[in-house]
Design a protein around this ligand. Structure first.
Ligand SMILES: *Cc1c(COP(=O)(O)O)cnc(C)c1O
Length: 383
């Protein structure tokens, strides 16, 4: 098959299967409100859970950082791209989460790829929760290690895989809060069983960091565990982008010496690192923002329970409504849009077949009135 045929076939198949992914041009975005194609919507699809996107302190820091260090890093961290701001941020993140080291990466996707691709060698195995994020899954699939996927959050199934002998090392992978279901992993038990097995544990807490735990320290803090490897993203609660790996001195050195994702990629701009320091301090003092978010989550849950929609038992900002059928989900999303609520549909392969959903996300900047508008449409559409 020629390149042309291959591309044409893939595209027509995508269209035919109703899987076509569409992007929308956002004209304005205040996290709570979003303007698309000249219409303003209440945005229920943002991961900016604490509404920091427009925070004046962060914007000022970014500007100040640019005045001091310019707009870009200029090179990878191993050449001249590792600034005072990067170094300070790494130290502050490590201290905040109780690790000896933090290493910055350009994105959550990159850090997950880096961790799995550097650590897993031939004869090793990776045992991962069935619902881990694409960034982890892709790296695991392409690694020389053998991949096993245990049933979502089912500890017995993890134990089942662990009991088989493996000639190499074992890496167990899960998330703090799952990105598409919004539920939490039983981290304490997973940590116990992983340790008992002398395996390494990697937790991706993209959706827990900043949101739960004392001073926003995330899922591991809540479950009182300290996994060998913790990855966090700054693209959700921090409202910006970038990511970090938390680990001990030894593993940090290993990554700095050998991770191609660090060595051959330009660091995030120093000004961004400076802005992230402001976001970090807002998150550390963010009890009020977290309380607003919690109140919104409770309010939404109370309302959705009285409808007949199938919702998942999530206590997080991610509140999916499972529709199943792609077209029905699209209809509901359109109904919500015409009432002024923006909720994206999430289809397979992002989620398992038959679980097409509206992934509603709540933030601390939504009002009860906003949520009322959403619930009202959902309530009407349920009948
Ligand atoms: C968003 C997300 C990532 C990717 O993070 P980016 O910083 O956006 O690249 C990784 N893991 C999970 C669980 C996520 O939800």
């Amino acid at each position: 098959m020629s390149w042309q045929q291959r591309i044409d076939e893939a595209l027509s198949k995508q269209l035919f299967r109703n899987r076509w992914r569409k992007r929308y041009v956002v004209e304005e975005n205040s996290t709570r409100l979003i303007k698309i194609e000249n219409k303003t919507y209440i945005n229920f699809s943002s991961n900016d859970y604490l509404g920091l996107n427009q925070h004046p302190l962060i914007i000022d820091s970014w500007k100040k950082g640019m005045h001091l260090m310019g707009v870009g890093a200029g090179s990878s961290g191993h050449i001249t791209g590792f600034s005072r701001f990067h170094s300070d941020l790494e130290k502050q993140i490590a201290a905040w989460l109780g690790y000896s080291r933090a290493i910055l990466f350009i994105s959550g996707f990159a850090v997950n790829q880096a961790v799995i691709s550097l650590l897993s060698k031939k004869n090793d195995r990776i045992i991962a929760d069935k619902l881990i994020h694409a960034s982890l899954l892709d790296a695991a699939i392409h690694s020389p290690a053998k991949l096993y996927r245990f049933k979502h959050n089912i500890i017995e199934n993890l134990i089942f895989y662990l009991q088989y002998l493996c000639s190499g090392e074992t890496l167990v992978v899960t998330e703090g809060i799952f990105s598409m279901d919004g539920d939490a992993a039983p981290l304490n038990k997973i940590n116990q069983i992983t340790k008992k097995n002398n395996s390494l544990l990697l937790v991706d807490d993209a959706h827990g960091i900043g949101i739960i735990g004392d001073k926003g320290r995330g899922s591991c803090w809540v479950h009182k565990i300290k996994p060998d490897l913790l990855t966090i993203s700054f693209s959700k609660a921090f409202g910006i982008s970038g990511a970090a790996l938390l680990c001990n001195e030894n593993i940090a050195d290993y990554f700095l010496q050998f991770s191609r994702h660090l060595i051959y990629s330009t660091s995030i701009p120093p000004a961004q690192a400076f802005a992230l320091k402001s976001a970090l301090s807002l998150i550390q003092q963010g009890e009020y923002l977290r309380k607003c978010l919690d109140d919104n989550i409770s309010y939404f849950k109370l309302g959705i329970k009285s409808t007949s929609w199938r919702f998942l038992d999530s206590n997080s900002a991610i509140q999916p409504i499972i529709i199943g059928d792609d077209n029905k989900a699209k209809d509901l999303s359109e109904k919500l849009a015409s009432a002024g609520c923006w909720v994206n549909v999430i289809k397979p392969p992002t989620v398992p077949i038959g679980t097409t959903r509206l992934r509603i996300t709540l933030t601390s900047v939504h009002t009860f009135k906003d949520i009322d508008v959403l619930l009202e449409v959902l309530n009407e559409a349920a009948n």
